[in-house]
Design a protein around this ligand. Structure first.
Ligand code: SF4
Length: 241
């Protein structure tokens, strides 16, 4: 991280205060008009942030990465969110020819065959579309929570993402699961029914499963792989989306 990136983070840090998420989002959006985005996977953390943005008409573009392999429940949560808020959600899709070549050459479920194939699938369906979504932007809002991160003690609300050249802001970093569910209930926010079935995060259908009580968060993703390889490239030390 260069000095100018550090200065950018320090500038945003002066705008935010703990627990004042709506104000924080408004101030960041005002400081960087048209350059602040939020990525949603339609998890309940992301639904809470969408609620903050949509309910307060904050000028932050909400987008999702439609990998083409999402759960039916996720598409229905997406629809219910549009119905409730009548606000746009931009969808980014994999580049058609790259995906066509990949599936022709390797098959539609080749991610089960090797880590290399899985990472290539994640690159085509998530990482490259994300780069398009973040191009020219300054701040990327995420629904990451420390509870879900293997390096939780190292995480900060603001961090520099060198790969995408943006500052990341995680407004729910310190929230507990109970705080998230209470907020969802209290505000009657549509949420993904997969959470009621034990899913702690919402990812692609072939690669995400429910976890048992006490099981590590990461057990719900790419369970057939060695734990040290579990990373999809969206968040460098993290596997949330
Ligand atoms: Fe492909 Fe699975 Fe990665 Fe989704 S999570 S992009 S289906 S490998």
């Amino acid at each position: 991280m260069t000095q100018s990136h550090q200065s950018e983070i320090e500038k945003i840090a002066t705008l935010i205060k703990p627990t004042e998420i709506v104000d924080n989002l408004k101030k960041i959006a005002a400081a960087y008009p048209g350059q602040v985005v939020f990525s949603t996977s339609f998890s309940w953390e992301d639904q809470a942030i969408s609620h903050f943005i949509f309910n307060n008409r904050i000028d932050i573009q909400v987008f999702t990465l439609d990998t083409g392999r999402m759960f039916p429940e996720t598409y229905s949560t997406w629809s219910r969110t549009l119905e409730k808020y009548s606000r746009p959600i931009t969808a980014y899709y994999p580049e058609a020819l790259s995906l066509q070549h990949f599936t022709e050459e390797k098959g539609p479920n080749s991610f089960y065959d090797s880590v290399e194939n899985r990472k290539l699938c994640c690159h085509i369906r998530k990482v490259e579309p994300l780069k398009r979504a973040l191009k020219g932007k300054k701040v990327w809002i995420t629904g990451i929570r420390a509870e879900h991160s293997p390096n939780r003690s190292d995480m900060r609300e603001l961090e520099w993402d060198g790969g995408n050249a943006v500052v990341k802001y995680h407004p729910l970093l310190s929230w507990s699961t109970e705080e998230v569910t209470e907020f969802i209930d209290k505000n009657n926010i549509p949420y993904n029914p997969l959470h009621d079935k034990g899913f702690v995060s919402i990812g692609c259908a072939p690669c995400t499963r429910a976890i048992r009580p006490g099981e590590d968060f990461r057990a719900g993703r790419w369970w057939w792989e060695d734990a040290s390889k579990k990373e999809c490239g969206l968040h460098v030390h993290e596997i949330k989306n």
